[in-house]
Design a protein around this ligand. Sequence first.
Ligand code: SF4
Length: 319
Amino acid sequence: MKQIYTYGGYLKEKFGCKVYKVGINISGFTCPNIDGTVAKGGCTFCENDSFSASTDEVKELKGFHLNLDSIENPFLEKQLLQLEQQFDAISKRQVREYGAEKFLVYFQSFTNTYAPFETLKALYEKALSFPNVVGLSIGTRSDSITEETLEYLAELAKKSEIWLEFGIQSVYDETLEKINRGHDSANVKEWIIKSKEAGVNVCGHLIFGLSGETQEMMLETSRAAYEWGIDSVKYHPLYVVKRTALANEYTRGEFTPISEEEYLEVLTKSLQMKPKHVHVQRVTAGLDDDALLAPQWCRDKNTQIKNINKALKKVGMKY
Ligand code: SF4
């Protein structure tokens, strides 16, 4: 049985111990696809609270958004404190429950390079100063990172493990338009290649089950992402969250979620096509709460993983 190369396996090989990602949610960050810079409303499936923890500090700063034109950030101290408190709480739990030994600080919610440069620098440097932190993973959009930020990250990458996580979603521009993505596929390709050339590691996020996409299209997206040089990949089925544009499409009968059978089939094929050196950070996603509208199979992550392993077993692989 061929074991799929996981991100955890890669980190263990590289650092010789258990390295965990600590997901952080910084208040004041937003997304150009939400604040009107690129578009309004965000990607049709996005309800950002659904994939990030909402802590008390986050609620306190909610509504405040960084002004990109100003280097003044009156909330920086609060953001730094929030970063420290979240890191402390989450990393301690990871040590207790999983025996974590080292950490990557994962800037997870919204667009984490979309802020004044000085703010980014202060947050990234603070994160790197925490005990046993070996690097950063920064979730962002390919249209929201400047040359200045990339250059700075490239400098950090000489001493630390630095990752950019880009939402690729689909290589088809008509799909990206349908989901109101606000950038095209050429833009993602350009910034993945630039990041790699600068010496920064890249994780690509792929979504299977986007409106109007056939299995061939989903596999073509995988093929392109591998070819552009991603180091790591996260696969997600598209699920419908309440209070999103996609939820309205679903309710009107204009969107049918991918079935579990089809997801398993396309995921298996994509994993078979994957170059050996690309590690896998995630094979599915789900939401076990009231906000999930459909499909119901995305509710139970443990069952999903079991079914993925059953499907993979048939082709001699395991996750
Ligand atoms: S880019 Fe991310 S944060 Fe922005 S609207 Fe899309 S899914 Fe939401």
